[in-house]
Design a binder for this molecule. Sequence first.
Ligand code: ATP
Length: 410
Amino acid sequence: MSRSPSLPDRPTREIDPELPDDKRLEALRSHFYEIAEVNAELDDQLEAATERREQLQEEADRVERENKALKSSSLYVATVEDTFDDGEVVVKQHGNNQEVLTEAAPRTYERLDAGDRVAVDDSFGIQTVLNAETDARAQAMEITESPEVGYEEIGGIDEQVRDVREAVEQPLSQPEVFEEVGIDPPSGVLLYGPPGTGKTMLAKAVANKTDATFIKMAGSELVRKFIGEGSRLVRDLFEMAREREPAIIFIDEIDAIAATRTESKTSGDAEVQRTMMQLLSEMDGFEARGEVRIIAATNRFDMLDRAILRPGRFDRLIEVPEPDEAGRERIFEIHTRGMEVAEDVDFAALAAETDGYSGAEIESLTTEAGMFAIRDDRTTVETGDFEAAIEKIEDDDGSDVVPAAGYFYQ
Ligand SMILES: Nc1ncnc2c1ncn2[C@@H]1O[C@H](COP(=O)(O)OP(=O)(O)OP(=O)(O)O)[C@@H](O)[C@H]1O
């Protein structure tokens, strides 16, 4: 923006009252001319300022119009492939991968680089350059600075907790131990087992214990929601983790991007392949002793492409099974800690009755029991409430709770 011009000095002149009249008149006249000149100069400046104000107002109106248009119409996300000196730009639209030569307004053009993501309208006019907030990156990743989950809140999988602490926590909290012994800690840890058994909790608890940033990305979302952006988001994920060290990267439902290759050659498959290749290359280029640890989880171990299990990738496998009876009893205790529970409620008996329940199912059972107490106008939850909750859950399911079907271990 141009600087405002400085104002001319105000002319001052002392006129000696002793001067003869004609000399005084002459002096006054020339003072008057000086003032008139300054006045003319100020007039010019005022005119220029008014003109500039009009320009700025026009600019403000234009930005407001653009803003409204952006809010009211749907735009498509595209990636800049190439820029040319004359303001022309090649963009590739996400989803259908259509490449288009378009033009960018000079102001927008100045900010564009190949690889940037932009929003384009129906006629491929570039409306805006996407920044970090509007970026898929922000939506695709869940970032928590040291999540509030402790190991003591995880029941029935003590052995798994110990394994994860050894493989993920220790390399972060005591890297010197690995250095002294001269070994690299496991590169990545894969937690596998049925849904709702505490895999996410475990990853969060490690982040909490090590004061690490927890960055979660769901494989299924990469494939469903961010079509065309998977490999870039995986790159961003690792970059983000490096920026926020110490960090735990948690890739949930990794089977969605790392499933065994199928015969079909649809473009969707190719996209998933690219995402997985990016993941593998990120892991291969990873500093094993660094301050970023990677945990992935899956309910479908049988579907995984073995390439991701090679040494230097997910080379530590930890099975997180459904809790056994003692584990279920512990989980009942954990999830009723904050509840008013009648003295005679027998968690061991409830555990015996809930064969096949996962941690997540026991959690919803305790909530359901609490609801029965509320319906009955009580603040204390009784055995009958738990029984009613079990009945309700099993009725809703149409049968006994069955362990998640369709996954197999090695
Ligand atoms: N072992 C457990 N001890 C205590 N609570 C548990 C346990 N497992 C699951 N839960 C409860 O269930 C919720 C969901 O568990 P979590 O998200 O960790 O499961 P998950 O194994 O990651 O499941 P998914 O495979 O479906 O992502 C937790 O927030 C917790 O309240």
